[in-house]
Design a binder for this molecule. Structure first.
Ligand code: AMP
Ligand code: TRP
Length: 342
């Protein structure tokens, strides 16, 4: 769908780093598909943010193949290129240029506060690259370059979105009204899926315990094993208790069950009132496996036809480039840059 400034825009991005997890699926990707159907008249831009991926060390050939794998996954979960633009960040001129302008409006103090930067830079050791630091500004540029209104994200991106809002307001105030102030869409449930082995940490692509992370494209026998061996507690009742940290394991499993089956948690508690953790986990393993099976199969199928994938990337980029240029030119003009002489 061509970007049209008269309609509202939904926009989100995921990095083609490591392997996508069940957390990415429940917290973000599943909602991309729901929004596609819920807002047929809106422009939807789903970006594979490869420039963001460069902020941590990458093996170039792997980054390239993961970019295609991610597109194949987007298609496999049900994103339709006729309804949603699915494109690669680095293909669109404007993301990095707008980042530069926004850099000049961003205080170092604002970036120093970013918890994800603190976590990631602690892992990187002594060499901390400027890109990792400026990463949230690039994310703000992704959003503002399309004047997006609604941003579906998981809980961990809230702080970054707040910066995008602040920068939009700061630009509007310093120059003149230009950007919408984007609103996050954070799912009420499943915005923070936890590690199956360490349920006090979020499930993450870069988790130390591979047993605690479900990878969307992994062997499904392994997936089933991971669910069945998920850490719970010494209790026996299948009850959701978010205020009890000891129950973090079972709370997380109930959340996964509920989001994947669209069933309210009390209904699930009722169903398992006479069962133990073992039976519950066995059923949940089947639910997760049967959710992922068709996704995995379609992903593998889409990945076989690279020409088709390239066509989608090209068509989507063509849909969005014009409006991106338009906003960027407006911004350049407002800050006092001389229009390019042709
Ligand atoms: P990333 O993997 O950092 O590129 O994240 C892509 C999207 O997935 C973002 O909207 C995140 O908030 C979301 N996400 C990542 N991990 C989780 C998780 N464990 N639970 C819920 N959402 C997540
Ligand atoms: N920073 C986000 C993450 O790691 C990904 C992202 C990049 C994004 N640009 C975005 C999300 C724009 C929403 C909107 O999860």
């Amino acid at each position: 769908m061509e970007n049209n400034t008269a309609t509202k825009t939904i926009l989100s991005g995921i990095q083609p780093t490591n392997n996508l997890t069940l957390g990415n699926y429940i917290g973000a990707m599943k909602n991309f598909v729901n929004l596609q159907d819920k807002y047929p008249d809106y422009t939807k831009n789903y970006i594979i943010v490869d420039l963001h991926a460069l902020t941590v060390p990458q093996v170039p050939s792997e980054l390239r193949s993961r970019t295609y794998s991610m597109l194949a996954l987007y298609l496999a979960i049900g994103l339709d290129p006729e309804k949603s633009n699915i494109f690669v960040q680095s293909h669109i001129t404007g993301h990095t240029e707008l980042t530069w302008i926004l850099n000049t409006l961003t205080g170092m103090g604002q970036l120093n506060r970013m918890t994800q930067f603190k976590d990631k830079s602690a892992k990187e050791g002594t060499f901390i690259n400027v890109g990792l630091y400026a990463y949230p500004v690039l994310m703000a540029a992704d959003i503002l370059l399309y004047n997006a209104n609604l941003i579906p994200i998981g809980e961990d991106q809230k702080q970054h979105l707040e910066l995008a809002r602040d920068l939009a307001a700061k630009f509007n105030h310093t120059y003149s009204p230009t950007f919408n102030i984007p609103d996050p869409i954070i799912p009420k449930q499943g915005a923070r899926i936890m590690d199956l082995q360490n349920p006090e940490n979020k499930m993450s692509k870069s988790a130390i315990s591979p047993k605690g992370t479900i990878i969307l494209t992994e062997d499904l026998n392994i997936t089933a094993k991971k669910i069945k061996s998920a850490v719970t507690d010494s209790g026996t009742d299948i009850v959701y208790d978010p205020n009890n940290p000891e129950k973090a394991g079972i709370n997380n499993l109930l959340t996964i069950y509920s989001t994947l089956t669209d069933t309210e948690i009390p209904k699930i508690e009722e169903k398992y009132v006479n069962s133990g953790y073992g039976d519950f986990k066995k059923d949940l393993a089947e639910i997760v496996v049967e959710t992922l099976r068709p996704i995995k199969e379609k992903h593998d199928e889409f990945l076989k036809n690279k020409d088709h994938l390239d066509q989608i990337l090209k068509a989507s980029a063509a849909n969005v480039q014009k409006s991106a240029y338009k906003i960027l030119s407006k911004v350049y003009k407002k800050v006092g840059l001389v229009a390019p002489l042709r």
